[in-house]
Design a binder for this molecule. Structure first.
Ligand code: CA
Length: 531
């Protein structure tokens, strides 16, 4: 769905991010050989792979190595100008303490509102707007997943064609629900995540559940009375005799004799929900109804140069349009905490952010690791030496608007504007928690390449490099590599992203992940013990 330009002539190209940087990254596909003369006259002493750093000046042992204008590490020995500065030559700085942080010191000038942009969405009874029309089947416990999946296959084969306005049927499979310390500190996170995912705007308030009967997470604990905002029509349609306020098929119910009885109960319930979902129609709504979760995965040194800055520009456009944008990934913003607390709109927002970071520091400490456990072999191969460098490139997805709200993991979005939704950086867990917050559109940047997708919500994937966009031409929706090769600006790609979002949200375009039905599992964040 996207044209990717051919590579430009292989003239040496390096990119630095800040005037004080003493390293730059090599942008050329395939890297640059030793002996290459850069435009500044500097001669490369080593072969430098694409995305990796070259020393612009002689760096003495213990000197700070500056990228994004901050020390991403300290030289372990003398590094002459023109050398490849790889991770084994760097010593990582300690994480910044969480006290004495700058609080709400930056007051960005108010940006003019962006008006007149709309999309075609599904308005729900609670006022939220969906971008897809999906029947989701909530489950209390993993025990029922096989039966539910069996029923879903039959629903797709035998029922879905009768309801052409419904896009899909999705079983909300998960590994929680029993064999867990359900009252332990932290257990509220997976429970509220499951609750809030059931209420995602793409599911139209049509909550139906499959439970087992003996599990720890009972239906009324998962969805307590009053937690589902529903229309009168739906209320009237809830099966008589249930006091839950929503439809539930309990597999251990004595009425079920044999497996097929369970499957047919689920199918019968599903049909009544499909009938109501089928009546939903798209209507024109303002762009302010978008709830966008931004994330990166399989990052490389270009993530922070091309794709993430373009996402940051688009984040600013969305905030100007009155939309909701969430950025997340705690271990990837931890090293930029001072940038975030200074951008918090109020001291309360900054304090909430510090509280989330402190909670996560303690969580990692329990496992005897720290934020440096985040970086992967692929990140390092892609040129990212450590978590500090990765964090500086990750945080730019948040753009420049004031941060006005903070969510704990699994909480539902509280307001429009820019929200820090605290989640682990793990792609599947972050996506799951952003779905729980109410995300109706996901933007995902990748440099190494990941075929990530979700069944519950469209995922727009952005390649950081043209080489990846060309090889994965039928997986990547946007090529931000055009920024590195000079054919487009950050602003160009940011606007391209914004406009593609409106097309995808309207259902006029499908993302590649939707086209191929690439669906990653929901993965819950459960910091509490299992039993
Ligand atoms: Ca991630």
């Amino acid at each position: 769905m996207q044209e990717h330009p051919l590579p430009q002539a292989n003239k040496p190209l390096t990119i630095s991010m800040h005037p004080s940087d003493n390293v730059a990254i090599v942008a050329n596909d395939g890297g640059l050989p030793a002996g290459t003369v850069l435009s500044t006259g500097l001669v490369l002493k080593d072969k430098v792979p694409q995305g990796h750093k070259v020393a612009l000046v002689d760096l003495a042992a213990d000197a700070p190595v500056l990228r994004y204008g901050i020390p991403i590490g300290y030289a372990l020995k003398d590094i002459p100008a023109g050398s490849w500065v790889h991770e084994r030559l760097l010593h990582m700085p300690d994480a910044r303490e969480l006290d004495n942080l700058p609080i709400s010191t930056i007051k960005p000038a108010a940006q003019p509102p962006l008006e007149g942009y709309t999309f075609e969405g599904y308005r729900n009874a609670d006022g939220s707007v969906g971008t897809r029309n999906i029947l989701a089947i909530t489950q209390t416990v993993q025990c029922v997943a096989g039966v539910t999946d069996f029923a879903v296959q039959r629903i797709k084969a035998e029922l879905l064609t009768k309801f052409p306005n419904v896009d899909d049927v999705v079983a909300l499979d998960h590994t929680y629900g029993c064999g867990v310390a359900i009252d332990a500190p932290g257990a509220e996170i997976p429970i509220r995540t499951l609750r809030n995912i059931s209420l995602n705007p793409n599911f139209g308030g049509e909550v139906m559940m499959v439970s087992l009967g003996c599990e720890k997470l009972q239906p009324e604990r998962l969805l307590p009375p009053g937690s589902i905002p529903i229309s009168d029509e739906r209320q009237a349609g809830v099966t008589a005799g249930t006091d839950l306020g929503f439809d539930n098929v309990c597999l251990q119910d004595e009425a079920h004799v044999g497996f097929m009885s369970m499957v047919e109960s689920i199918m019968r319930q599903a049909e009544t929900h499909l009938q109501r979902l089928n009546k939903r129609r798209r209507e024109t709504v303002p762009a302010s109804e978008l709830v966008v979760g931004v994330q990166c995965g399989g990052s490389d040194a270009f993530s922070g140069v091309t794709a993430n800055p373009a996402v940051g520009y688009c984040t600013d456009l969305l905030v100007r349009a009155g939309a909701s944008v969430m950025f997340s990934e705690t271990t990837e913003v931890r090293d930029g905490i001072d940038q975030l607390t200074s951008r918090a709109s109020t001291p309360e927002v900054a304090e909430a952010m510090i509280r989330e970071m402190a909670w996560y520091d303690a969580y990692l400490q329990r496992g005897k690791v720290d934020r440096s456990a985040n970086t992967t072999p692929g990140n390092k191969k892609g040129g990212l030496s450590n978590i500090v460098e990765k964090a500086m490139g990750s945080i730019v997805k948040s753009g420049s608007a004031p941060i006005t709200c903070v969510l704990s993991p699994g909480e539902k979005l509280k307001q429009k504007g820019l929200t820090y939704a605290a989640t682990p950086a793990s792609d599947f867990i972050c996506g799951t928690l952003q779905l729980a917050a109410g995300m109706n559109l996901h933007v995902f940047t990748t440099g190494r390449g990941t075929p990530y997708g979700l069944a519950e919500c469209p995922v727009i994937k952005v390649a950081t490099r043209s080489d990846l966009a060309r090889r994965w031409h039928d997986l990547m929706d946007i090529n931000a590599g055009s920024i590195a090769d000079g054919s487009k600006t950050i602003e160009d790609v940011g606007w391209e992203m914004f406009k593609l979002m409106l097309e995808v949200a309207s259902g006029r375009k499908k993302t590649w992940a939707e086209h191929w039905k690439l669906h990653n599992a929901l993965v819950l964040f459960n910091p509490a013990p299992v039993t």
